[in-house]
Each structure stands twice: as C-alpha cells, then as structure tokens.
Design a protein around this ligand. Structure first.
Ligand code: GRF
Length: 204
C-alpha cells in the first residue's frame, strides 16, 4: 500500500474525502501551514500524525517539511487546498511525486479567485484539475479533470459549492489510480494503463 503525506491550509474537506478511501493507500502524515484549522481537527479525529509548520520563513518551513518527508518516505505528496507556493528547489527534490488539486480547468485560470474570474469571462464550462507539481504556480503535467456547467445565475459561491463535491471524487479517484499503479511515470513520461497520457482523464 502506498504512503501519502497531505498538505493542507484550511477546512480539509478534500483530506476528509481522501481519508474515507484509505483502504487503497495510507495517509501517514498531514502538514499544515496554519495552526488551529478545521483540517488539522480532521487529521486528529482520524488519528493521523499531523504537524503545523510556520511558513513565514519559506526556506526554514521547507527544511522542516523535507525532514518530515525524508523520515516518512511517502510515495506521494498531495497538496489538498494547500495555499503556499513551494520553491523550485523543493518541488525538484520530490519531482513527479507531488500532486495538487486546483479549482479550474488548467491551463486556464491558475492562481486565486478562479470562480469569479470564470464568471467575469462569461465562461459556460468550469471545473477542477489534478496535476503533478513543478516549480511554476498551478503548473505541471495534468492528470485528470472534472467539469461543471456555469449558469447565468451562478455566483462565485454557488460555483465553489457545485465544484467541491466533484473535486473530492476527482482527487480520491486520481490518488487511487496512482496507488493502483494505473498511472505512473516511466522515463519522464506519465503513463495511464501503459500508454502515454496525452490529455487529462475525465472523472465526472
Ligand atoms: C479546494 O477548492 C481546492 O481546490 C482549493 O482549495 C479548496 C480546499 O478545500 N485549492 P478543502 O480545504 O479541501 O476543504
């Protein structure tokens, strides 16, 4: 069974969804850049070892996170609502082992306030993406996407609410595909069931 470390910054609903499927993998540690958040309470309720790291000094924070990762030796690191930008030095150290969930159809709308920006542009389709993390913001090999339609009466809040349940499914199913080795790296090429993944898997 693969070992996973999950990074969070907030309420931890994606973490909770991942914990529900733990028969496929083991979450060995949860790291948060904020103290006293709901996500840490979720980790504690599930008796998962958890650490708060003060991220004011990024180099120091990443050194502490690196020590934890080296001690736990996870197969995968999942950024589940983790709101800090990791340095290239850090992401390179764990190249092809860090994934992130982002609430937009990347490469469109990297960064913050994705729902409002989608509305401002009168988009009719929105969604979320799970991707491997490289040194750039919300960037790296895309793995999977889910979609929602945008209606004329939607607000940023209704879009976020519609999307979050689909995000949970997208993230857990993607992690399961990695855990079951249906998705894996070979010679720097991401394979899905033995074939190069040329476009994102659609998980609705
Ligand atoms: C999710 O929408 C995720 O895509 C975004 O932050 C939110 C995190 O939610 N980056 P939660 O903390 O998992 O509930």
């Amino acid at each position: 069974m693969i070992k996973i470390i999950v990074f969070i910054s907030g309420r931890g609903s994606n973490l909770k969804a991942l914990l529900k499927n733990e028969n496929e993998y083991q979450i060995c540690h949860v790291i948060s850049d904020k103290p006293d958040i709901e996500g840490l309470a979720v980790a504690q309720a599930h008796e998962v070892i958890n650490s708060y790291i003060n991220w004011q000094d990024r180099s120091r924070a990443e050194r502490i996170a690196t020590d934890i990762i080296n001690n736990e030796a996870p197969d995968l690191i999942v950024l589940a609502g983790f709101m800090k930008i990791l340095s290239t030095e850090f992401t390179e150290k764990f190249r092809n082992r860090i994934i992130n969930i982002h609430p937009s159809l990347l490469p469109d709308y990297p960064g913050l306030n994705t729902h409002q920006r989608v509305l401002d542009d009168n988009q009719t389709i929105h969604g979320a993406t799970v991707h491997y993390v490289d040194g750039l913001l919300d960037h790296g090999q895309t793995i999977s996407q889910t979609h929602i339609s945008v209606n004329h009466n939607d607000t940023a809040e209704t879009l976020a609410n519609k999307l979050i349940t689909k995000e949970h499914k997208l993230l857990t199913q993607t992690v399961c595909l990695i855990a079951n080795q249906q998705i894996y790296w070979h010679n720097n090429c991401l394979l899905y069931n033995g074939k190069a993944l040329t476009k994102p898997l659609v998980i609705e």
